[in-house]
Design a protein around this ligand. Structure first.
Ligand code: COA
Length: 347
């Protein structure tokens, strides 16, 4: 059975740097609070009109394809992870296929929020292991800045998120000494609404009095003034509850990947945790007994870029020479759903 290995990586961060002090101009917050609670100093925001989730993904993908030593024509399948797509539908995958003038290959969008990239990687890994495809483009990209509440009402969320994209080319290899060793995917929908964006959506709240709705109420079901007044078109988060669950599930899913392959935590050469909050990453590092040089964090510069955070951090660690051939690399993520996931890779 073929294995899959990461043959090329790319990342794209918009030029526009937005500091904590810049945010304080819009809402009641301050640099000290944000840095103390999250570790974030600044984040990037995409250009309002010229950059989208798809265009950033395409920038990252172009670099990944070139570094893999192939062309866009060699890609057999696209998996695109995002929670902030250019359109409600269709997904971003087809926009990549069009922009890069690819063959009429399959394109799949994954909606798993912060664990989206690791889920996407796992899906791609299965297609390669079965021999169905040889080169799969896996992208994580987010343009959060278009849909955050920049008033004080939304400050617990808006200060955390940033824009950016990361991409990898996953390639089939017969080399049994390298590649993705295993992936591990989990969910617990019990707390689905704790970190969620409720509208637009088809959830049951809209349908209670459906039979008695007049035309205006019917028209309002997708998006209404009431929804906007209640800020239901913005993400909603119970931060402390997310934090409590994350610090349990991150170490658990990392240990699951290590146990499955006969390794212990200190065997990890590089841990790439989803950049949710620096305090969460530090807790996980301590719990696993890892040194600073065994974990790559960049939330200080980019904030939480959701599905893009793992591929951006992975690409950056590699560009900085922190990942070398033969290294044991672990990717791990946790987020809305809740969903969480890990991937163990022999580089
Ligand atoms: N600036 C200043 N004050 C803020 C603020 C901001 N940006 N956001 C919230 N506050 C205030 C709150 O209103 C609250 O004030 P009060 O005590 O007067 O009511 C106070 O700070 C504490 O709020 P709380 O939400 O309890 O803070 P916290 O210590 O839990 O930190 C998070 C908030 C969001 C940073 C933290 O809970 C967190 O990081 N959780 C995980 C989130 C996460 O990882 N999400 C992504 C999932 S992948």
């Amino acid at each position: 059975m073929p294995r899959s290995r990461i043959a090329g990586m790319g990342k794209y961060l918009p030029n526009n740097v937005f500091t904590n002090n810049d945010l304080a101009q819009f809402m009641d917050t301050n640099d000290e609070w944000i840095q103390e609670r999250t570790g974030i100093k600044e984040r990037r925001y995409a250009h309002r009109t010229e950059e989208t989730t798809a265009t950033m993904g395409i920038e990252a993908a172009t670099i990944a394809i070139e570094r893999a030593g192939i062309t866009a024509q060699d890609i057999d399948f696209i998996v695109f992870a995002t929670l902030s797509p250019d359109y409600y539908f269709p997904g971003c995958g087809v926009l990549v296929q069009r922009a890069l003038k690819m063959k009429e290959i399959g394109a799949l969008d994954i909606r798993n929020q912060c664990s989206g990239f690791v889920y996407a990687l796992s899906v791609a890994d299965q297609f390669i292991k079965t021999g169905m495809y040889k080169n799969i483009l896996v992208i994580g990209s987010e343009k959060h800045s278009f849909g955050l509440d920049f008033s004080t009402r939304g400050r617990n969320i808006s200060v955390i998120f940033g824009d950016g994209a990361g991409a990898v080319v996953l390639q089939a290899t017969d080399d049994s000494n390298r590649g993705i060793l295993s992936t591990h995917l989990h969910s617990d929908g019990e707390s689905a609404e704790i970190l969620a964006m409720y509208n637009p959506g088809t959830h049951a709240n809209h349908w209670g009095n459906y039979a008695s709705f007049n035309d205006a109420e019917m028209a309002d079901m997708f998006m209404s003034h009431a929804m906007i007044d209640k800020a239901e078109n913005f993400p909603n988060m119970d931060g402390p509850s997310v934090f409590k669950k994350a610090v349990v599930k991150f170490p658990e899913v990392i240990m699951e990947a290590l146990d499955a392959n006969g390794y212990k935590s200190t065997d990890i050469d590089m841990l790439i945790p989803h950049q949710a909050n620096l305090r969460i990453s530090q807790f996980v590092q301590q719990k696993l007994g890892l040194k600073d040089e065994q974990v790559h964090n960049n939330i200080q510069q980019y904030g939480n870029t959701t599905a893009a955070s793992v591929p951006i951090a992975l690409c950056e660690a590699w560009e900085q020479g922190k990942i070398k051939e033969g290294n044991l690399v672990c990717l791990a993520a946790f987020g809305s759903g809740f969903t969480w996931a890990s991937a163990l890779i022999k580089w």
